[in-house]
Design a protein around this ligand. Structure first.
Ligand SMILES: Nc1ncnc2c1ncn2[C@@H]1O[C@H](COP(=O)(O)OP(=O)(O)OP(=O)(O)O)[C@@H](O)[C@H]1O
Length: 395
């Protein structure tokens, strides 16, 4: 909900604001570029203006632009606002107009902030709240309702942000994903199976500013076209969060390797397979200039993800293995998958064969896994990575 005549979207970023001046500028530049790319991708027009600790998007489609802004990494919240002169009269007029247009019963409050030097305005934020509150009170009465103020938990809250040369009046703060602008970190490879966890993990790495290079390992008879299509669908959703950055899914054909592991290993099979996947990811990362590998694993969620087994798989690569879901419960990951938009694709039935053994080892030793896995496992991983196919993803 926004005030009538809203003409600007106020964009708040979080951690970017606490960086040194130089880093902050660079990150704000990146955020402004990413916002422009997001508007382009959604057919929206919006001029991004950078001011200290805030970005302002001038637009005639405030609701759509607010939605686009709050899907952009680095944004903590955004508000569609009406711009007014920084005077008490102009602010009160805007509060009155917003109340007449949007008030829908219940208690109200005016929440005001001033920014800039203390002598920038001949009034304090408390003056805005008291005079603005009186204006809203009158407006509620003029609607035939009985006004009631509740400063703690109002049904209708009006915000004023007053800067030296402009004031903004708005009614909501719509949450964004937070994090850092995409592209402010070096890229990482994300092992994406298309299940619930790995697309969420990739999204979390993106939220911290890392572009991701998705790698899907085709399991041959244990995967199949539906399994691969599922992975691709989730990557397409991830690409929507990275407009202006062409994304591609790297597909590693591992059918023969998986068949061999299934035939030669029982309880340690999944650990050898995870080690193979990490080695493949490392090889892709080397070629693509990526500096880490992301997986969807969470401690204890599966037999291959016990704390003991993670220690065994982790050492398959010299690159850091990032596990953004590491300490999250499945319910949290699932909820986030719903918010991100990957849940539905992740849960289609792919009808693939089960590669995991009936009784997997949950407390493996590195020595035992090394002893059991084929000597040429990592060599085959490098070869599979070298002969991978790369599928462009439309965003
Ligand atoms: N076929 C695959 N291609 C690429 N990465 C994979 C594949 N299978 C598993 N992975 C990676 O290994 C991690 C662990 O896989 P596993 O199937 O044990 O766990 P999971 O928790 O069910 O993960 P997901 O929900 O992402 O499938 C995944 O999160 C993913 O990062």
């Amino acid at each position: 909900m926004h005030p009538p005549d809203a003409d600007v979207v106020v964009v708040r970023h979080g951690e970017v604001g606490v960086k040194s001046e130089q880093v902050r500028r660079r990150m704000e530049d990146r955020l402004a570029e990413n916002l422009a790319a997001m508007f382009d991708a959604r057919g929206l027009a919006g001029d991004v203006e950078r001011r200290r600790n805030r970005l302002f998007v001038h637009t005639d489609r405030p609701a759509d632009v607010t939605d686009a802004v709050t899907d952009t990494f680095g944004v903590v919240s955004a508000s569609a606002a009406v711009t007014v002169d920084p005077t008490l009269d102009a602010i009160c007029d805007a509060l009155r107009a917003a109340t007449e247009a949007r008030y829908d019963g219940g208690t109200f409050a005016v929440d005001a902030r001033r920014a800039g030097p203390s002598d920038a305005h001949p009034f304090a934020s408390t003056d805005i709240e008291s005079e603005g509150g009186a204006a809203v009170w009158d407006a509620v009465e003029s609607l035939g309702e009985t006004p009631e103020v509740d400063l703690d938990d109002p049904d209708f809250r009006l915000y004023v942000e007053c800067r030296p040369d402009t004031a903004y009046v708005f009614l909501t703060k719509q949450s964004g994903p937070g994090g850092m602008p995409l592209g402010t970190q070096r890229p990482v490879v994300a092992l994406v199976s298309g299940g619930i966890d790995s697309p969420v993990a990739a999204w979390k790495a993106m939220r911290r500013g890392c572009p991701v290079i998705p790698v899907y390992v085709d399991l041959g008879d244990y995967g199949g076209p539906d399994h691969r299509a599922r992975a691709r669908a989730t990557v397409e959703t991830l690409a929507e969060y990275a407009p202006g950055r062409p994304m591609a899914m790297h597909v590693v054909d591992a059918g023969d390797v998986v068949t061999d592991l299934a035939a030669s290993l029982t309880d340690l099979r999944m650990l050898a397979l995870r080690r193979f996947m990490l080695a493949t990811a490392e090889a892709v990362a080397e070629e693509e200039g990526a500096v880490g590998v992301v997986t969807g694993e969470a401690i204890g969620q599966k037999s291959s993800q016990t704390s003991a087994n993670v220690a065994v798989t982790d050492v398959a690569t010299d690159l850091p293995v990032h596990r953004p879901n590491l300490t999250a419960d499945k319910a949290e990951i699932t909820n986030l998958a719903r918010d991100v938009g990957t849940f539905e694709d992740s849960t289609v039935d792919t009808g693939c064969n089960r590669v995991a053994p009936e009784l997997p080892e949950t407390n493996a030793s590195l020595a035992a896994v090394r002893e059991a896995e084929p000597d040429d496992l990592f060599e085959r991983a490098r070869e599979c990575a070298r002969t991978r196919t790369v599928e462009a993803i439309e965003s």
